[in-house]
Design a protein around this ligand. Sequence first.
Ligand SMILES: [Cu+2]
Length: 462
Amino acid sequence: MNRRSATLFLLAATAFAHVGSPDIFLEGSAGPYPVFVTIRPPMVIPGVAEIEIRCSSPEVSQIRVTPTPLTGAGAKFAPTPDLMQRSNLDPQFFTGSLWMMAPGSWQVRVEADGAKGSGQLSVPVPAVATQTKPMQTAMAAILLVMTLVLALGVVSIVGASVREGSLAGGEPATGRSRNRARILMGATAALVVFILWAGDRWWIAEASSYSANLYKPLGMTAAIEPGDKLVLTIENSKWLRRRNDDFLPDHGHLMHLYVIAEPDANRAWHLHPDLSGSTFVENLPPMPAGRYKLYGDVVHADGLAETMVAELNLPHDLAGTALRGDDAAGVRGESPDGAHIEWVRDASPIKSRQASIFKFRLVDKNGKPVEDEELYMGMLGHAAFVKNDGSVFAHVHPSGSVPMAALALANPSQAEHMHMQPGLPPEADFPYGFPSPGNYRVIVQMKHAGIVETGIFDTVVE
Ligand SMILES: [Cu+2]
């Protein structure tokens, strides 16, 4: 048994609207009922997605969940809904699980019933296979020993039955039956070896057809052209029927690009490159020489969201051009007008894989909450949760970790839009759960009086 055949090809799945942050967090309403939905996509496809729903209203009596494709004909043919379990300890907390049978862009339809009637909310769930899981060494050793025992057992059973099968009790085997036994044992051994070899070929063929379905991210490379123009080239590695020219605008932008200075994240930009042919281009603002990490969020026509990652090295300072439109820049500890963002939290530690609401408040230079909060690209705030080693990146909004373009596809009739209105709260709440322990940065942007403020925070997750 070679190394390849000792590998069990379980397909690990993840929602990859982000990098390394598979779980989905969504704050929304199923009709009249506000709900906080957490979906943990399965580790294998087909596999089971775990679902948790917290209702802020005690009036919900029942919640049903159904998985369907996000777009296309399949979206209309829903299987029978599954009833979620209500917690005995906390009647407003429901848990359940659903089979996700194929990779692709899915949605989980949440239907809530209660005193105010029924309501529905669809949660986009990208389910993709991203890696193969090697078999554990102990398991491989046990299976190897069992295979050997079986193989030797078959050979010795054949031998014994030929040699002694027709003898009466106590009678010794003849030389002729011993010879026949040896020949048949040799033939059996050859057959066993052939079966093992054929099994190995079959396994390798299965594994390679699995790996053809493995998620391969859109590649992105960054280059600077004359005029301090950033050019992002997208490479579409072959994966399912994914394209690199079917992007949906999300808040009017085909790409939301975070540019984060390495190694300290002391500077961050939130930019919106334009698509020009098959490349994204952006006239960069003034930037100091250094190393930068780029995270570009896009949403495909079927609602599947991807984050492309690239690195950029600037050997010298860029004169650049002034920021325009929705583009924003932030420097740690600096503010254009003395206002700044505070992280509203108690002293309790942050734990990984725990769904929470992270609260931030915009205060003026006197430390008082601002009274002129505005929406920045339709939201009270934008947050990026980034692990220091670059293995996690999640772009989150007060509605959660699902991109608005995907959410609008899933809930076409109730596309929720906040409008500019006076008296917006100076606070933004972000539903999120850190995927793993470690050191993270949280980059938060909120807007008031036409100015986008940026807060950059360090935090430890246990
Ligand atoms: Cu955002």
